[in-house]
Design a protein around this ligand. Structure first.
Ligand SMILES: Cc1cc2nc3c(=O)[nH]c(=O)nc-3n(C[C@H](O)[C@H](O)[C@H](O)COP(=O)(O)OP(=O)(O)OC[C@H]3O[C@@H](n4cnc5c(N)ncnc54)[C@H](O)[C@@H]3O)c2cc1C
Ligand code: FES
Length: 263
């Protein structure tokens, strides 16, 4: 394990959409060791409010020194994050958890919804860096067009040519859920599907993968107090509901879909 604690310096904190921000930080230790699918725990305030660190996926590393986080303002911690300016410091621990497994993939499909797009971009960059990148399809979903911000173009800029969008309100791409596009765009290859987003979306993706016999890796989100397997607050049941619980912070956040229970 290569976890560390860093006083990361804020380089940029860009607003991409009404509630969505992208934070660029200088964090050389974390950048060096990070793998797609891993996350950091950010200490939002030097005071005790909010007391607990907040988990955020690593959206990408830039060179060997910088990382980016993509976040949506949903409460007190992320609201404070949005107010931070270049030059200020943010205490981070990371990289944490178990990321995506890339071994032996011939044809891959990335399915992201909402802020679930954050870790998938880092994964796509890693996939496209291969000397012979596998066949790669990206499916992205959001509630409404503006919430995508520049993200679809970011995927295109790294060489993804097949990218399909869906919005809940029909303002861009398919009108409906992104999981509905899987059967339209995936043929009978032995696909590996990587997904991150709201639980119902991932459940629908997992169900289709199971029917088609496609391998599927899921990146899960739970409430997290410590991020280092100390509080047991992120426990989830195993697929067969037996044995000790899995912990999203240590055993995940990325799991093979068949490892966990889809209740
Ligand atoms: C491994 C992991 C990676 C994550 N990556 C990202 C990311 O890249 N970008 C991003 O925007 N968010 C991400 N999240 C979710 C993020 O951690 C929460 O949105 C954040 O902690 C909210 O903090 P807050 O103080 O603003 O909100 P709070 O005031 O703590 O809560 C506001 C609302 O959000 C809900 N909430 C808070 N934390 C979570 C959570 N972990 N899961 C589900 N609901 C929650 C609360 O129930 C409440 O309704 C990730 C979570 C995990 C576990
Ligand atoms: S967040 Fe504390 S054990 Fe996982």
């Amino acid at each position: 394990m290569n976890q560390c604690e860093e006083q990361a310096e804020i380089v940029r904190n860009e607003q991409l959409a009404p509630e969505i921000f992208r934070l660029t930080l200088t964090a050389p230790e974390i950048a060096w060791h990070a793998h797609p699918g891993q996350f950091v725990m950010a200490r939002i305030s030097p005071c005790y409010d909010p007391l607990l660190r907040r988990p955020l996926s690593i959206h990408q590393t830039i060179g060997s020194h910088q990382i980016q986080l993509l976040y949506k303002v949903v409460g007190k911690g992320t609201r404070i994050l949005a107010s931070l300016s270049p030059g200020q410091k943010l205490n981070l621990t990371g990289p944490l958890g178990h990321g995506f497994d890339l071994a032996g993939t011939q044809a891959v499909c990335l399915v992201g919804g909402g802020m679930g797009i954050a870790p998938l971009y880092f994964l796509a960059k890693e996939i496209m860096r291969a000397t012979t990148p596998p066949k790669c399809i990206v499916l992205l979903g959001a509630r409404t067009a503006v919430e995508f911000g520049p993200l679809p173009q970011d995927f295109i800029d790294i060489g993804v040519t097949k990218i399909y969008l869906a919005t809940d309100d029909g303002s861009l791409g398919h009108h409906g859920y992104i999981a509905e596009l899987l059967h339209q765009h995936l043929d009978f290859h032995p696909w590996t599907v990587y997904t991150c987003g709201p639980h119902p979306m991932m459940k629908a993706v997992v169900s289709q993968c199971r029917k088609q016999g496609w391998e599927c890796q899921v990146s899960l989100e739970t409430m997290m107090a410590c991020g280092i397997a100390a509080c047991l607050g992120c426990a989830i049941p195993r697929a067969d509901l037996s044995g000790p619980y899995l912990h999203v912070c240590k055993d995940g956040p990325v799991f093979k879909a068949e490892e966990v229970a889809w209740l």
